[in-house]
Design a protein around this ligand. Structure first.
Ligand code: GLA
Length: 386
């Protein structure tokens, strides 16, 4: 199957797997985050947009209590499970994402019974492009409709986040699910993660003669383990010492005083969050004022802050960013949780081939795995596609 989701192909794969016709096919996209990294769980601001790569699920309700799940991932066999036995032990591997959502919705009192489900995704996993949120949001959107549960988009965001936190075990915020559910073609989503209030911000890159290239470094990461939760813990420590409920409440003007109260490392973590929140607000203002051509410096400053203060970059991400900047990018930064995954570069359309070639060459020179490079533009959010 190709990179864009074809509903008929997903339905046909369902029929081949289960021998019947699905009740519908639902798709939810991956995302890039334009700016605002690790600010979500600090109740701050983010500015992501959905990309034209998505997870799609074809589902048919059954009359019993059995779920059968199959995916186009490699040779994965069909998983069959009695829904009454759903537990952290029985939700394993890729099925933790769809079953995690079902588990959360059932906990909320939504009476989801048996179903057959076929999953196909074109969001690369471990690439920092929210492949897991795409699955969660497609499944949550599907059952919200199939069971007439009436949950709002913001409630579906929290369903996906709970599945991620409580079932998958990654202590993530609401950035990814919000991008996947709230996005609209041609817009980025400006989200206040404290109130869940959001605003669509026009982002017409083509009209400005620009495009955004994603450089997937192929360095994979998992947020259920390691650095992500350590960063979250540092932020929580910083907030506690500074006497605020979340780092959202620390202003740039408070930083000199904060530096005297925090250890050196925690201070740098806090400084990233405080300055990153301000960069999101500045990006919104600059977009409104001068358009996307003028946001490059903010993107690059965000990368520097993540590299030096938050320390979530890696040599491959830094090389992608530096090479893009040296060959005509207006700005570049890693996107997503970090420790691998993807970088984005904002470039004039005319420079695309130059930047691509330079990055491929630089990776080969450094003996890094060849990156996957592709252009993205703001795409629609989760929806029924058949
Ligand atoms: C991951 C998490 C998000 C967010 C980003 C960093 O994508 O899932 O909640 O914290 O990292 O901005």
């Amino acid at each position: 199957m190709s990179q864009s989701i074809n509903a008929a192909e997903v339905a046909a794969a369902f029929t081949e797997a289960f021998g019947s016709t699905p009740d519908g096919v639902w798709a939810a996209p991956g995302r890039v985050n334009l700016i605002g990294e690790h600010t979500d769980y600090n109740e701050g601001f983010v500015l992501p947009f959905a990309i034209d790569r998505a997870a799609a699920v074809a589902i048919k309700l059954r009359t019993d209590n059995v779920a059968r799940l199959r995916s186009s991932y490699g040779e994965a066999p069909t998983v069959t499970i009695d829904l009454d036995t759903l537990s952290h032990e029985t939700m394993q591997g890729w099925t933790a994402y769809p079953l995690g959502v079902v588990w959360v919705m059932r906990q909320m009192g939504i009476a989801i019974g048996g179903f057959d489900l076929f999953l196909h995704s074109t969001v690369p996993s471990g690439a920092g492009l929210s492949s897991s949120a795409a699955i969660e949001c497609a499944v949550a959107t599907a059952f919200n409709e199939l069971e007439a549960a009436g949950l709002s988009l913001n409630e579906l965001v929290l369903v996906g986040q709970r599945a991620e936190n409580e079932v998958v075990g990654a202590p993530t915020g609401i950035l990814d699910q919000s991008a996947s559910l709230l996005s609209t073609d041609g817009h980025a989503v400006f989200l206040d993660c404290r109130t869940q209030e959001s605003k669509l911000v026009p982002l017409d890159l083509a009209a400005a003669g620009l495009l955004i290239l994603v450089v997937d470094t192929k360095v994979t990461h998992a947020h259920a383990t390691g650095g992500y939760s350590a960063r979250r813990a540092s932020c929580e420590l910083g907030a506690e010492v500074l006497g605020v409920s979340a780092l959202r409440d620390v202003a740039a003007a408070d930083l000199p005083e904060a530096s005297g109260l925090l250890d050196e490392e925690t201070f740098r973590r806090v400084r990233h969050i405080v300055t990153e929140n301000q960069r999101v607000l500045d990006t919104i203002a600059v977009l409104d004022d001068a358009g996307p051509v003028a946001i490059g410096e903010l993107l690059t400053a965000s990368h520097v802050s993540m590299r030096d203060d938050f320390e979530i970059s890696c040599p491959e991400l830094d090389l992608a960013v530096n090479t893009a900047l040296a060959h005509g990018a207006l700005g570049a930064r890693m996107t997503g949780g970090g420790f691998g995954g993807s970088a984005i570069a904002l470039i004039p359309v005319a420079e695309e081939a130059t930047v691509r070639d330079a990055v491929v060459h630089a990776f080969a020179e450094a003996s890094f795995t060849a990156p996957d490079i592709f252009a993205v533009s703001p795409a629609p959010g989760a929806r029924k596609i058949s």
